[in-house]
Design a binder for this molecule. Structure first.
Ligand code: FES
Length: 84
């Protein structure tokens, strides 16, 4: 059973600002992270008009802004440390 639910925004704004890269990173994660992860995608997380810092992901119900392909793995490792 997954302990981390990661939802990546694939809405237009997030997609062009790096969401496409996040999808690639999520698909290529190391097994030690991937085995705890459930990845889904959203057409819009509803944040894009509130803050100018896409792309957004939802991690176990928390919205995180400005996620990049460089910091996604670190964010997931920190979440894993908190929930395991
Ligand atoms: S397009 Fe990503 S939050 Fe709306």
């Amino acid at each position: 059973m997954a302990t981390i639910n990661l939802k990546i925004c694939m809405g237009t704004m997030c997609y062009v600002m790096g969401g496409a890269d996040l999808k690639s990173v999520a698909e290529a994660l190391p097994y030690d992270i991937k085995k705890h992860l459930s990845v889904t995608y959203s057409p819009c997380l509803g944040c894009c008009n509130e803050q100018p810092t896409p792309p957004y992901v939802e991690l176990n119900g928390k919205i995180i802004a400005g996620v990049s392909k460089n910091n996604l793995i670190q964010i997931l490792k920190e979440e894993l440390a908190n929930v395991i």
